[in-house]
Design a protein around this ligand. Structure first.
Ligand code: GDP
Length: 139
């Protein structure tokens, strides 16, 4: 079993797709280990996306991620990091496969409904960024 970190982004929460996305994740074998709704602060979003700080879309991405509530999740299944990336679909919904979260619910390359860690090491860092050890281990 492996854990990964995911966010239902502000666009999908606002458009009322959070329940559909959770159902899709569960039907793909993910167990919800921890879940919390939050409105990210500017510094939380900047820190989370620090790896993209030099990219031209960084400011816009931080603004988007702080515009409304998000749902933070720790998810578990076999090969969770890779499987979540598959269920999410490509970053740009125009390139996302049929049936993926982004194909179904993303509005654009930026407003793309869901985040998922891109590697096991990133997953560990991102889980620690938003959840404490008790939340990650108690259930
Ligand atoms: P992900 O791992 O598929 O989420 O993609 P990245 O790590 O490359 O990018 C992080 C997030 O930045 C994406 O999920 C989008 O919300 C946003 N993003 C990525 N590429 C672009 C882009 O070219 N333009 C804009 N405006 N946003 C982007």
């Amino acid at each position: 079993m492996q854990k990964t970190f995911s966010i239902i982004k502000p666009d999908a929460v606002k458009s009322g797709k959070a329940g559909n996305i959770l159902a899709l994740l569960e039907s793909n074998g993910f167990r919800i280990v921890a879940l919390r709704m939050a409105k990210l602060s500017q510094s939380q979003a900047e820190g989370f996306y620090a790896v993209h700080a030099e990219r031209p879309f960084y400011g816009s991405l931080v603004k988007f991620m702080t515009e409304g509530p998000v749902i933070l999740m720790a998810l578990e299944r076999e090969d969770a990091v890779k499987k979540l990336r598959e269920v999410m679909g490509a970053t740009n919904p125009a390139n996302a496969a049929e049936g993926t979260v982004r194909k179904l619910y993303a509005e654009s390359i930026e407003r793309n409904a869901i985040h998922g860690s891109d590697a096991p090491e990133t997953a560990a860092q991102e889980l620690q960024y938003f959840f404490n050890n008790i939340e990650l281990s108690q259930l």
